[in-house]
Design a protein around this ligand. Structure first.
Ligand code: ATP
Ligand code: MG
Length: 413
């Protein structure tokens, strides 16, 4: 985003004008050097937090005790963090305190990986004391300094390590991997939510299967007491990579499916992973559709049965399942009847109504027609009508539907 970059330049220049040092740092420098889209611009500076606050008109003291001030510039927000080193770490996660320093190189040293420890000045000059550029070129994730102690300080770095390797398709430096294996027990100190955030980024990357394999090999999920679901022996995992990144819910559904989880189990696992309700339901609904498909009655037409699934779980979940089944059937047969696989989209597209209220008869009509008392039978009949009309077995006109009701009732009696 050019506007974002331009305004972040203004922020840096303003700090320079006040006699401070200021650089872009971390993810934005790395991503720019790799030619990847930059999503947030972090700035590191010699100015103390209160000095940053005094230089700019609009600031938010986001994490002021850790040196981070958010500077608002036009419609953008930039995190400006004072050069700092970290004190002793608590619980393998957060430093108990930080110390502000005046030297950029010290600040870069506390960063997790060499590729994340590159700073860029406003004139384009690169400050790269840990040879992050070289590792970027070679495609290596490598800790800054001693891997084992860096992972000991902050156990989240282990998951980040695997995430970066997966998303960028990088190798992990030998000593870094070794340090990770030595420190993997400490992953239990990392909150599930933080783990999940990294896992989500991994799944949104270019080749999640690689990260999943690395995670499995690392033993981290087991130590984090994460009900991890990856089974290395299934040939379905590589298909996850083929699903477009924008369809990440389908990627998740396929992963859970490949590991043999039912919709209900998936729900539980995703809750433990602290997924937001909406996403959890979206993923589990895809699997529910799959379960209903597996239970289709082969003796009656698929079309109506499919439509009733669509009505139950919604068009989105149904179509996502179809898409996922398409990917799976390139590797495994039997996931979905061929007739459904080839017609499901069309059948779904051709649906004319979705709701009972769109039917040209109402529950009241049924009461009047039969003279019976209300009860669950009304809903049952109405739902049957909805399936028939939605799947175009019957037209949506009042007379036809009333006849159908009469037929259903007399055949029941
Ligand atoms: P992305 O934003 O693409 O996920 P990023 O590298 O920008 O990747 P952030 O979490 O935004 O990740 O952190 C910004 C920078 O802060 C990193 O590039 C790194 O220099 C530093 N950093 C973040 N988390 C840690 C950590 N746990 N330990 C050490 N340094 C870290
Ligand atoms: Mg970032």
């Amino acid at each position: 985003d050019t506007a974002m970059a331009l305004h972040s330049e203004e922020v840096i220049i303003k700090l320079l004008e006040h006699g401070f040092e200021a650089y872009w740092v971390g993810g934005c420098v790395r991503d720019e050097l790799m030619g990847r889209p930059v999503h947030d611009m972090d700035i590191t500076t010699s100015a103390l937090p209160e000095e940053v606050v005094s230089v700019f008109e609009r600031t938010v003291p986001t994490g002021i005790q850790h040196g981070t001030v958010t500077v608002l510039c036009r419609s953008y927000a930039y995190e400006v963090t004072t050069y700092r080193v970290e004190g002793a770490y608590e619980n393998h996660r957060r430093p108990a305190e930080v110390e502000f320093v005046r030297d950029l190189k010290e600040d870069l040293r506390r960063r997790d990986f060499t590729i994340n420890a590159i700073a860029k000045a406003v004139d384009g000059m690169i400050v790269d004391p840990y040879h992050g550029m070289e590792d970027l070129e070679k495609g290596i994730v490598r800790c800054v300094g001693n891997a084992r102690s860096r992972f000991q300080e902050d156990a989240l770095r282990m998951v980040r390590c695997i995430r970066f390797a997966s998303v960028f398709g990088f190798r992990i430096a030998y000593r870094t991997w070794k340090g990770l294996l030595e420190e993997r027990d400490n992953i239990s100190f990392v909150a599930m939510e933080r783990f999940r955030v990294e896992l989500e980024k991994l799944m949104e990357g270019r080749r999640p299967s690689r990260g999943l394999r690395l995670l499995h090999r690392s033993g981290l999920p087991a130590n984090a007491k994460i009900p991890f679901i990856y089974k290395p022996d299934t040939d379905l995992i590589p298909i996850v990579d083929e699903i477009p990144m924008e369809q990440v819910v389908i990627r998740w559904a396929l992963l859970l499916y490949a590991c043999g989880l039912s919709a209900e189990e998936a729900h539980r696992v995703l809750r433990q992973w602290t997924f937001a309700n909406i996403i959890r339901e979206q993923i589990a609904d895809i699997l529910s559709v799959g379960e209903e498909v597996a239970a289709l009655n082969i003796h009656s037409p698929y079309k109506e049965q499919w439509i009733s699934i669509v009505l139950k779980y919604g068009r989105e979940a149904a179509e996502r399942w179809l898409s996922m089944a398409g990917y799976i059937s390139s590797k495994q047969s039997g996931v979905c009847p061929v007739e459904l696989l080839s017609n499901g989209y069309t059948w779904t597209e051709e649906m004319r109504i979705y709701r009972l209220s769109e039917l040209s008869v109402s529950g009241k009509d049924l009461l009047k027609l039969t003279g019976r008392k209300g009860g669950p039978w009304i809903g049952e009949i109405m739902n049957k009508l909805l399936v028939k009309v939605a799947s175009q077995t019957l037209p949506n006109d009042n007379e036809t539907l009333i006849d159908e009701v009469k037929r259903v009732i007399s055949s029941n009696e």
